[in-house]
Design a protein around this ligand. Sequence first.
Ligand code: NAP
Length: 299
Amino acid sequence: MLTGIHAAFIGGDARQLEVIKKFIELDATVTLIGFDNLESSFTGAVKRPLSFDVLHDVDALILPVVGSDEQGYVESIFCSKPIQLLESHFAALPSTCCIYTGIARSFLKKQAENYSIGLQELMNRDDVAIYNSVPTVEGALMMAIQNTDITIHSSASAVLGLGRVGLSLARTLAALGAHVRVGARNSADLARIFEMGLTPFPIEELSQQIDDVDIIFNTIPAQIITARIIANMKHSALIIDLASKPGGTDFRYAEKRGIKAILAPSLPGIVAPKTAGQIMANTLSRLVFEHTENRRGKK
Ligand code: NAP
């Protein structure tokens, strides 16, 4: 339970509603900032404008997945007015407060450091990334189905990278009957790909592995599908780039060559906002509980 814990939510999207619901269920005191246009009324949560006095006793400040921009602006689909976090807002937070966000840009990191406030980035956590790989893979399959005229079954599919997304994706493609080859740079990953019954190849050999591939899924956040690689691909091939912006594909050259290449970010929030919200809700409620217990233990 989160009884006695004051959680303030600033902005967000549909995913945040699941987190708010969970915090209310767990008996936290919940303040909503930047939710003016939210239709559903959460019994037990109070809507307040962003002010210094609302922040002075906050235990957990919960920001959207994307955090804030470098000027402190926080996005909210539930509010038409801009919400800007200023340095003075961080100064108003108690030092026992912890800030939770999906990812933190340097503005947020700097403010947390300057005011000695804890900062937790959810998307950097292994557990969250692995849970999130489930809706990400489903979204990637959706993109592949929508953008090809062949089945995934029997297709020649390549996955680049065997991290948290790559592993889930390679396994799912194989379960659907695709012929899956996976490119990785480290020898343990190549061994794992072999153990899974898939075809491993060292990533530096990508250009030799690509000429017969129907669908290529990139999860490597670096320029990997270069013009030289694209030049070796079939015209009918499809590139689905899952890596964070700007992706790992030379999109300009792909377009020039007439090869369809799609950058597909934020799939969990698009294809399964409720599940993605529940993943965040479960992790956040646990983290806030642990943080508060640690703090109480130190008193
Ligand atoms: P991850 O676990 O860190 O996996 C990244 C993979 O890329 C690892 O296999 C890593 O190899 C490899 N890699 C990194 N840099 C490389 C390079 N320069 N050359 C060759 N291989 C390289 O990350 P993840 O959680 O799977 O996420 C992968 C990407 O997808 C990230 O950019 C993430 O932000 C993004 N993402 C997108 C969505 C979406 O909806 N589109 C959802 C979740 C995540 P090593 O292990 O050898 O370093």
